[in-house]
Design a binder for this molecule. Structure first.
Ligand code: PRP
Length: 215
Protein backbone atom coordinates (compact mmCIF):
# COMPACT_ATOMS: atom_id res chain seq x y z
CA UNK A 1 0.00 0.00 0.00
CA UNK A 2 1.42 3.43 -0.78
CA UNK A 3 0.77 6.79 0.74
CA UNK A 4 -1.06 8.61 -2.01
CA UNK A 5 -4.04 9.81 -0.02
CA UNK A 6 -4.22 12.55 2.54
CA UNK A 7 -3.81 10.48 5.66
CA UNK A 8 -0.72 11.38 7.65
CA UNK A 9 1.17 8.10 8.04
CA UNK A 10 2.99 7.37 11.29
CA UNK A 11 5.39 4.42 11.50
CA UNK A 12 5.21 2.88 14.96
CA UNK A 13 7.80 0.47 16.32
CA UNK A 14 6.52 -2.94 17.34
CA UNK A 15 8.02 -4.29 20.55
CA UNK A 16 9.23 -2.63 23.71
CA UNK A 17 8.58 1.00 22.71
CA UNK A 18 5.12 0.30 21.33
CA UNK A 19 3.09 0.34 24.56
CA UNK A 20 4.63 3.55 25.84
CA UNK A 21 4.21 5.20 22.45
CA UNK A 22 0.51 4.22 22.33
CA UNK A 23 0.05 5.53 25.87
CA UNK A 24 1.54 8.84 24.77
CA UNK A 25 -0.73 8.98 21.69
CA UNK A 26 -3.77 8.40 23.88
CA UNK A 27 -2.65 11.08 26.36
CA UNK A 28 -2.21 13.41 23.39
CA UNK A 29 -5.88 12.74 22.64
CA UNK A 30 -5.19 11.30 19.23
CA UNK A 31 -8.20 9.07 18.63
CA UNK A 32 -7.01 5.48 18.33
CA UNK A 33 -9.33 2.50 17.93
CA UNK A 34 -9.77 0.61 21.22
CA UNK A 35 -8.33 -2.59 19.72
CA UNK A 36 -5.16 -0.78 18.56
CA UNK A 37 -2.83 -2.64 20.94
CA UNK A 38 -4.32 -6.10 20.35
CA UNK A 39 -4.62 -5.95 16.59
CA UNK A 40 -2.34 -7.97 14.35
CA UNK A 41 -2.97 -5.62 11.45
CA UNK A 42 0.12 -3.81 10.25
CA UNK A 43 -1.73 -0.84 8.75
CA UNK A 44 -4.44 0.80 10.83
CA UNK A 45 -6.35 3.75 9.41
CA UNK A 46 -8.03 6.30 11.65
CA UNK A 47 -9.70 8.46 8.97
CA UNK A 48 -11.57 10.61 11.51
CA UNK A 49 -8.18 11.77 12.79
CA UNK A 50 -6.60 11.88 9.32
CA UNK A 51 -4.05 9.30 10.45
CA UNK A 52 -2.68 6.00 9.23
CA UNK A 53 -0.46 3.92 11.50
CA UNK A 54 2.07 1.43 10.18
CA UNK A 55 3.50 -1.11 12.59
CA UNK A 56 7.11 -1.77 11.67
CA UNK A 57 10.16 -3.46 13.11
CA UNK A 58 11.86 -0.69 15.13
CA UNK A 59 15.09 -0.78 13.15
CA UNK A 60 13.11 -0.22 9.92
CA UNK A 61 11.16 2.85 11.08
CA UNK A 62 13.78 5.39 9.86
CA UNK A 63 13.89 3.62 6.48
CA UNK A 64 10.12 3.94 5.95
CA UNK A 65 10.35 7.60 6.94
CA UNK A 66 13.37 8.40 4.77
CA UNK A 67 11.64 6.93 1.71
CA UNK A 68 8.39 8.75 2.47
CA UNK A 69 6.23 5.64 2.85
CA UNK A 70 5.67 7.05 6.34
CA UNK A 71 5.46 10.79 6.99
CA UNK A 72 6.39 10.47 10.65
CA UNK A 73 7.91 7.78 12.82
CA UNK A 74 8.50 6.94 16.46
CA UNK A 75 11.95 5.49 17.01
CA UNK A 76 14.59 5.05 19.69
CA UNK A 77 17.61 7.34 19.56
CA UNK A 78 19.75 4.17 19.49
CA UNK A 79 18.25 3.11 16.15
CA UNK A 80 18.35 6.67 14.82
CA UNK A 81 22.07 7.04 15.55
CA UNK A 82 22.87 3.60 14.17
CA UNK A 83 20.83 3.85 10.96
CA UNK A 84 22.01 7.37 9.98
CA UNK A 85 18.93 7.90 7.80
CA UNK A 86 18.20 11.23 6.15
CA UNK A 87 15.23 12.32 8.30
CA UNK A 88 14.32 15.21 10.55
CA UNK A 89 14.31 14.60 14.28
CA UNK A 90 11.38 16.67 15.53
CA UNK A 91 10.80 15.85 19.19
CA UNK A 92 12.26 13.99 22.11
CA UNK A 93 9.19 12.06 23.29
CA UNK A 94 10.94 11.28 26.60
CA UNK A 95 9.64 7.72 26.66
CA UNK A 96 11.42 4.34 26.75
CA UNK A 97 14.28 5.91 28.64
CA UNK A 98 17.44 3.80 28.85
CA UNK A 99 21.11 4.23 27.99
CA UNK A 100 23.81 2.79 25.77
CA UNK A 101 26.75 1.26 27.58
CA UNK A 102 29.85 -0.87 27.29
CA UNK A 103 29.63 -3.96 29.48
CA UNK A 104 31.57 -7.13 30.07
CA UNK A 105 32.74 -9.71 32.55
CA UNK A 106 34.33 -7.99 35.58
CA UNK A 107 37.53 -10.06 35.52
CA UNK A 108 38.50 -9.82 31.82
CA UNK A 109 42.11 -8.73 31.27
CA UNK A 110 43.09 -7.33 27.85
CA UNK A 111 45.67 -9.53 26.13
CA UNK A 112 44.67 -8.75 22.53
CA UNK A 113 42.53 -6.32 20.51
CA UNK A 114 39.14 -6.59 22.27
CA UNK A 115 36.24 -8.06 20.34
CA UNK A 116 33.01 -6.14 20.93
CA UNK A 117 29.60 -7.70 20.18
CA UNK A 118 26.69 -5.38 19.45
CA UNK A 119 23.51 -4.73 17.51
CA UNK A 120 24.93 -1.23 16.87
CA UNK A 121 28.16 -1.67 14.86
CA UNK A 122 28.33 1.92 13.55
CA UNK A 123 27.62 3.48 16.91
CA UNK A 124 30.09 1.17 18.69
CA UNK A 125 32.83 1.68 16.07
CA UNK A 126 32.46 5.45 16.29
CA UNK A 127 32.50 5.40 20.09
CA UNK A 128 35.72 3.40 20.35
CA UNK A 129 37.35 5.42 17.55
CA UNK A 130 36.57 8.62 19.45
CA UNK A 131 38.04 7.06 22.59
CA UNK A 132 41.19 6.19 20.64
CA UNK A 133 40.69 2.47 21.28
CA UNK A 134 41.17 -0.17 18.65
CA UNK A 135 38.53 -2.90 18.77
CA UNK A 136 37.05 -5.53 16.50
CA UNK A 137 33.27 -5.10 16.27
CA UNK A 138 31.08 -8.17 15.77
CA UNK A 139 27.47 -7.56 14.70
CA UNK A 140 24.81 -9.68 16.42
CA UNK A 141 21.03 -9.36 16.22
CA UNK A 142 19.98 -9.99 19.81
CA UNK A 143 20.83 -11.66 23.14
CA UNK A 144 24.05 -9.67 23.04
CA UNK A 145 24.84 -10.56 26.66
CA UNK A 146 25.48 -14.12 25.56
CA UNK A 147 28.62 -13.17 23.61
CA UNK A 148 31.04 -12.57 26.53
CA UNK A 149 29.64 -15.56 28.42
CA UNK A 150 30.57 -18.02 25.71
CA UNK A 151 33.79 -16.36 24.55
CA UNK A 152 32.61 -14.80 21.29
CA UNK A 153 33.42 -11.29 22.51
CA UNK A 154 35.30 -9.57 25.35
CA UNK A 155 32.91 -6.63 25.61
CA UNK A 156 29.42 -5.70 24.48
CA UNK A 157 27.81 -2.41 23.50
CA UNK A 158 24.10 -2.53 24.22
CA UNK A 159 21.20 -0.69 25.76
CA UNK A 160 20.73 -0.96 29.50
CA UNK A 161 17.30 -0.30 30.91
CA UNK A 162 16.78 -1.83 34.35
CA UNK A 163 20.24 -3.46 34.33
CA UNK A 164 18.63 -6.80 35.09
CA UNK A 165 19.93 -8.64 32.00
CA UNK A 166 23.51 -7.64 32.86
CA UNK A 167 23.12 -8.58 36.55
CA UNK A 168 21.52 -11.93 35.90
CA UNK A 169 24.33 -12.85 33.52
CA UNK A 170 27.18 -11.77 35.81
CA UNK A 171 28.15 -8.82 33.59
CA UNK A 172 28.99 -5.30 34.73
CA UNK A 173 28.56 -1.93 33.10
CA UNK A 174 31.98 -0.46 32.31
CA UNK A 175 31.36 2.73 30.33
CA UNK A 176 28.30 4.94 29.86
CA UNK A 177 27.98 5.94 26.19
CA UNK A 178 24.80 7.99 25.82
CA UNK A 179 21.24 8.43 27.11
CA UNK A 180 18.48 6.99 24.92
CA UNK A 181 14.83 8.00 24.56
CA UNK A 182 12.30 7.67 21.74
CA UNK A 183 12.08 10.43 19.15
CA UNK A 184 9.49 11.66 16.68
CA UNK A 185 11.05 11.82 13.22
CA UNK A 186 9.73 13.19 9.92
CA UNK A 187 10.28 12.68 6.23
CA UNK A 188 11.90 15.82 4.83
CA UNK A 189 9.32 16.33 2.07
CA UNK A 190 6.31 15.56 4.30
CA UNK A 191 7.64 18.06 6.82
CA UNK A 192 7.23 20.80 4.21
CA UNK A 193 4.24 19.51 2.19
CA UNK A 194 2.13 18.39 5.16
CA UNK A 195 3.36 21.03 7.57
CA UNK A 196 -0.06 21.76 9.10
CA UNK A 197 -0.77 18.11 9.90
CA UNK A 198 2.77 17.59 11.18
CA UNK A 199 2.56 20.72 13.36
CA UNK A 200 -0.73 19.52 14.79
CA UNK A 201 0.77 16.17 15.82
CA UNK A 202 3.85 17.90 17.27
CA UNK A 203 1.66 20.22 19.31
CA UNK A 204 -0.44 17.32 20.59
CA UNK A 205 2.72 15.45 21.62
CA UNK A 206 4.39 18.53 23.11
CA UNK A 207 1.40 19.12 25.37
CA UNK A 208 1.88 15.74 27.08
CA UNK A 209 5.62 15.00 26.86
CA UNK A 210 7.22 14.34 30.22
CA UNK A 211 3.91 14.32 32.09
CA UNK A 212 3.37 11.30 34.28
CA UNK A 213 6.14 9.23 32.73
CA UNK A 214 7.13 6.13 34.64
CA UNK A 215 10.66 4.87 34.09
C1 PRP B 1 17.45 -5.28 25.32
C2 PRP B 1 18.94 -5.07 25.40
C3 PRP B 1 19.30 -5.81 26.65
C4 PRP B 1 18.08 -5.64 27.53
C5 PRP B 1 18.31 -4.55 28.53
O1 PRP B 1 17.19 -6.49 24.71
O2 PRP B 1 19.57 -5.55 24.24
O3 PRP B 1 19.51 -7.17 26.36
O4 PRP B 1 17.00 -5.26 26.67
O5 PRP B 1 17.21 -4.41 29.40
P1 PRP B 1 17.39 -4.47 30.98
O6 PRP B 1 18.54 -3.57 31.36
O7 PRP B 1 16.08 -3.97 31.52
O8 PRP B 1 17.66 -5.90 31.36
P2 PRP B 1 15.78 -6.86 24.12
O9 PRP B 1 14.88 -7.30 25.22
O10 PRP B 1 15.28 -5.72 23.30
O11 PRP B 1 16.08 -8.12 23.24
P3 PRP B 1 17.33 -8.58 22.39
O12 PRP B 1 18.18 -9.38 23.31
O13 PRP B 1 16.74 -9.41 21.31
O14 PRP B 1 18.06 -7.38 21.87
Amino acid sequence: MNNQDNLLTIAMPKGRIFEEAVELLRKAELPLPPEFEESRRLIIDVPEAGLRFMLAKPVDVPTYVEYGTADLGVVGKDVLVEEERDVYELLDLEISRCHMAVAGLPDWKPTHTPRVATKYPRLASRYFREQGHQVEVIKLNGSIELAPLIGLADRIVDIVSTGRTLRENGLVELEYIMPITSRLIANRVSYRMKSQQVDHICQRFSSVIGKGETE
